[in-house]
Design a binder for this molecule. Structure first.
Ligand code: GTP
Ligand code: MG
Length: 375
């Protein structure tokens, strides 16, 4: 009897995919003996995330992950690549085409609930198509979804059933884009499975692949997120994640600025309007991050004297945990509709059409770029 129980024990955690072990509490995959009697069987870390919202801190071996990704090219698979609308360029896997071979890719742009009221979805989709083209990513379809608010799923499912044939579905993407949340939505609405993948606001929740059986004998496969070091979400302390990652729809903050004015985003970043006629700039950043306006000539000393206090987060104790700031200057051309995109922090839309010289200061390594305006 006992032996039979042994053999029926699942080897992997059904929440995050890690190989289970009962030997060492300190190592990933630990599960107390008694927890094998619970249904579904999950590791202690998943149990804590689910029940106490605890921060997890296990890092996934990136080489192993890239190996997994490149394995998809040799399989007959449908790939759903999820990106985070709020961090589009920061979460796009630009080398994906190399990995997936000839398998079709659906680009699911998640968290579209974060956008302020959208009037023209087609225009958005075209914008995304354009960005994919620039990154050499061929997509069979682009779908806008919100896994959290259950938006866009009809179209996603239609596309999946059109393209799937007799294939497994791999869900891939950077950390924290909502892969597991999206699969949970599919499981709970479209199957009788009890399984629930672990999700959390902290990047790096899923630790290994999780295969979920579908009715037809094939699988949908959750994967660990790729860690991209250029995203604020990977750089800030866990306690500050809530400040940079919006949970509610963005409230665009419009600033009429003269040249020589500066905006601070808490103590996490800074925007300078260096040169150009008076014009407005719209900040699409989390409403939890306070914007502080000052004169450019005073900005350096303000930061020096008030970082960690007036300019927070981060708090003073965490200030030096972030890389030193690096300044990026941009010349915005006349007549262009441009966003200044900062990976994981949001973007600033330049509304003037007369041109401007601007700069942003962000921790070294953060991806900053200009792009045609999203909105
Ligand atoms: N606003 C918003 N948040 C979402 C949406 N989908 C997921 N999230 C949130 O994004 C965070 C990450 O979700 P997960 O499903 O754990 O993301 P993941 O891609 O599986 O992350 P890893 O396992 O770390 O790679 C959680 O806080 C989710 O609640 C969405 O549609 N809208
Ligand atoms: Mg996950």
């Amino acid at each position: 009897m006992n032996q039979q129980n042994e053999t029926q024990r699942p080897a992997k955690c059904s929440g995050c995919g890690i190989t289970l072990q009962t030997g060492n509490k300190e190592l990933p995959g630990y599960i107390p003996e008694v927890a094998f009697e619970r249904e579904p069987v999950i590791c202690q870390r998943c149990f804590r995330i689910k029940n106490y919202n605890e921060a997890s801190s296990v890092s996934v071996d990136q080489d192993e992950f890239l190996h997994l990704l490149s394995g998809i090219g040799e399989k007959n698979a449908l790939v759903i690549h999820i990106v985070d609308l709020f961090d589009f360029e920061g979460s796009l896997i630009s080398g994906l085409q190399r990995f997936v071979g000839n398998n079709p890719v659906i680009l699911a742009v998640n968290k579209c609930d974060l956008l302020p009221k959208v009037t023209n979805w087609n225009k958005l989709r075209n914008w995304m198509q354009q960005r994919c083209k620039e990154h050499g990513l061929r997509t069979a379809e682009i779908v806008l979804v919100s896994a959290k608010r259950n938006q866009g799923f009809e179209r996603l499912l239609e596309t999946v059933s059109e393209l799937r044939g007799q294939r497994d579905i791999y869900v891939v993407g950077a950390t924290n884009v909502g892969k597991s949340t999206l699969i949970n939505r599919l499981i709970s609405d479209y199957s009788d499975l009890e399984q629930e993948l672990t999700t959390s606001r902290y990047p790096g929740t899923t630790l290994d692949t999780v295969k979920i059986p579908l009715d037809d004998g094939h699988y949908i496969i959750d994967t660990p997120g790729i860690v991209y070091p250029w995203r604020y979400s990977e750089l800030v302390e866990r306690r500050d994640l809530g400040a940079v990652m919006p949970e509610n729809p963005l409230k665009p903050a419009v600033y009429q600025l003269n040249e020589g004015q500066t905006l601070f985003f808490g103590g996490l970043g800074r925007f300078d309007f260096i040169q150009g006629p008076r014009q407005s700039f719209t900040c699409y950043i989390s409403t939890t991050l306070k914007i502080h306006r000052t004169k450019l000539e005073r900005a350096d000393s303000l930061y020096k004297d008030h970082r960690g206090e007036l300019l927070t987060p981060p708090v003073a104790a965490d200030m030096d945990k972030l890389p030193q700031w690096q300044r990026h200057e941009f010349r915005i051309g006349r007549g262009s509709q441009t966003d200044l995109f900062i990976s994981g922090l949001g973007w600033i839309k330049v509304n003037g059409t007369e041109g401007a010289v601007v700069a942003v200061h962000v921790p070294r390594g953060v991806k900053v770029l200009t792009r045609p305006s999203l909105i």
